[in-house]
Design a protein around this ligand. Structure first.
Ligand code: ADP
Length: 158
């Protein structure tokens, strides 16, 4: 069984993340979205909300599962039997950052492959930091967020 994990902080999960994940579905038997949890780093949106939103978006997609993990991504891969790590690439800055992580992971765990999908051009400028800023200042970020979510749940954070 080809299992991939899609790790990230997803604070929040955007249409950019959604697109990468949906495009990867035909490539794997199962994709586990791994919300990375770091007890020392405060997120903007609560873990409960992030978990709920991603579950809601993919509730009808049998191949997609959502889990929370604290610690190294590769340890989570071992725990769930995943041999692939899925990541999205937007810019050359993403590439340089991702290249280092993937190459170090590969050195330490040669059995795990990192698979990159290039973002759709229209999703290149979408990043979670900008969306958090829009929400924080009371703007409307709905065009950058997956359809079907309750936008009121995004307004209450501050
Ligand atoms: P991290 O905190 O590890 O950077 P993110 O939650 O920001 O994780 O993103 C998870 C993955 O999704 C990363 O591979 C990132 O490059 C990718 N990603 C983020 N935004 C987009 C986007 N707009 N289009 C495509 N991929 C994206």
């Amino acid at each position: 069984m080809k299992i991939a994990i899609f790790p990230g902080s997803f604070d929040p999960f955007t249409i950019g993340h959604e697109s990468i994940l949906r495009r990867a579905i035909p490539m794997f038997d199962k994709i586990i979205v791994m919300i990375g949890f770091n007890a020392n780093k405060k997120s903007f949106f609560s873990l409960e909300k992030r978990l709920k939103w991603i579950n809601q978006i993919f509730e009808n997609v049998e191949k997609v599962e959502v889990r929370v993990h604290e610690g190294l991504t590769v340890d989570f891969c071992k725990e769930v039997g995943a041999r692939y790590i899925l990541r999205g690439l937007r810019t050359s800055a993403d590439f340089e950052y991702e290249r280092a992580i993937a190459q170090v992971n590969k050195k330490m765990h040669p059995e795990i492959e990192t698979v990159f999908l290039l973002t759709l051009p229209e999703h290149t400028p979408i990043n979670a930091t900008i969306i958090r800023d829009i929400v924080f200042h009371g703007g409307d970020a709905s065009m950058f967020l997956p359809k079907g979510l309750d936008m009121n749940e995004f307004k209450t954070e501050k």
